[in-house]
Design a protein around this ligand. Structure first.
Ligand code: NAG
Ligand code: NAG
Ligand code: NAG
Length: 366
């Protein structure tokens, strides 16, 4: 019984991987639609709001669902309202393409996304924008410095348990010969169907009372362990990585964190069996120390009551000056902020300026 269940699980899983690719074959140039934020990359799930498919449909996906095939009507619609009709965007301006097996000559240059109003920064599209181009981690200036080194910490490949939520942790050592600053992190995602978030923790000086083996994953809770509770790196769905503000970094090494813990959160709501994962994180560090040590402070509550049938619910929380005085003794500069909304949030990204420092707010739909 178990065996056949697991077989079904795998089938469904493979099926959902294939679904958006199967749709790609139903529209002209379906596998060549450029990503509006990065023209060298393609947008895989053309009808979806997320590049990798899944999630909600975009305006083109909604129109496609009406016809379930490429035809003249769908071709002549301008789903995203940017002034180019779908056929023009997808390289079939004469609306003659039928299937991928035709020899219809498609234009393969000057393609654009039929579900996203482009150019994104035009006044027309800003009004309709639902996509924001978060700067890619690959543009992080620190990655281009010659003194930046990296280590990749990955979970050894393990079975993902048949349960909704699993936290797994792995202890490892940072280089300890001198002080370094971590200046960027980049996720290494092995199985994107289960990866929900990755946290990197710094461990206090003595980790003697941690009984787990180094480099052997163990089941953990929301924090890796009482000794490894300082968050120094975050990845969550929708992020391409993290780039520290150029005047700060997380101190590791001789006088900083010498040991770290990687925590991954697997999400398996459909209780599939037989999936594996070996995700992790690449950590970029440098001996060229920045002016400030960085830290991450997590505040908030576990529960928010959303009253029914309200268009708008405002929840405020505050940390009184008496309280923050105890928490923060020195002057600090805020370089970025994240809203972590679990299943309820929608991704958005809003840089604001504060203390002459750009502050980035992310809503993570993790
Ligand atoms: C691309 O298409 C747009 C709109 O259809 C057109 O104005 C532009 O000239 C085209 N660019 C090239 C390089 O063909
Ligand atoms: C990590 O460093 C190695 C050696 O310098 C380099 O070859 C590799 O590309 C780096 N990895 C990443 C992800 O940048
Ligand atoms: C740091 O970034 C700011 C812009 O945010 C820039 O003006 C400055 O030159 C950068 N400093 C270094 C050392 O790269």
């Amino acid at each position: 019984m178990n065996r056949s269940l697991s077989y079904v699980g795998i089938l469904i899983c493979v099926n959902s991987v294939l679904s958006y690719r199967a749709y790609q074959n139903l529209i002209p140039n379906g596998d060549k639609v450029p990503h509006p934020c990065n023209k060298r990359q393609t947008w895989e799930g053309v009808g979806h709001r997320q590049n990798e498919g899944g999630d909600e449909q975009n305006p083109f996906g909604i129109d496609f669902q009406q016809f379930r095939e490429w035809n003249k009507k769908l071709c002549l619609l301008d789903s995203d309202g940017d002034g180019r009709y779908n056929g023009e965007e997808l390289g079939d301006p004469d609306c003659i393409w039928k299937t991928q097996y035709d020899n219809v000559h498609l234009r393969t240059t000057n393609l654009s996304h039929p579900g996203i109003c482009e150019p994104l920064d035009s006044s027309l599209c800003r009004k309709r924008a639902w996509l924001s181009c978060e700067a890619s981690i690959d543009d992080c200036p620190s990655l281009k410095e010659k003194d930046t080194r990296n280590i990749t910490v990955k979970m050894p490949k393990r079975k993902v348990p048949r349960q909704t939520t699993t936290y797994r942790c792995l202890l490892f050592e940072f280089p300890q010969d001198q002080d370094y600053h971590i200046v960027a992190t980049k996720p290494v995602i092995d199985n994107k169907h289960v990866m929900h978030h990755i946290l990197l923790f710094g461990c206090d000086e003595s980790v003697e009372d941690i009984t787990e083996d180094m480099n052997e994953p163990f089941t953990c809770g929301m924090i890796a362990s009482p000794k490894c509770s300082s968050v120094i790196g975050i990845w969550s769905m929708g992020m391409s990585g993290e780039c520290s503000h150029n005047s700060s970094g997380f101190r590791i090494g001789k006088n900083g964190f010498r040991k770290g813990a990687l925590q991954i959160h697997w999400n398996n709501p459909d209780l599939y069996e037989g999936m594996t994962d070996a995700s992790g994180m690449t950590i970029f560090y440098t001996h060229v120390l920045r002016q400030y040590d960085a830290g991450i402070m997590i505040v908030g509550q576990y529960w928010i009551d959303l009253q029914p049938k309200k268009k708008r619910v405002v929840v405020t929380g505050e940390c009184s000056p008496e309280c923050s005085d105890k928490l923060i003794e020195d002057e600090i500069y805020i370089t970025s902020g994240y809203n972590h909304m679990h299943y309820l949030g929608k991704f958005f990204h809003r840089p604001i300026h504060y203390l002459e420092t750009p502050v980035f707010f992310y809503n993570l739909f993790d």
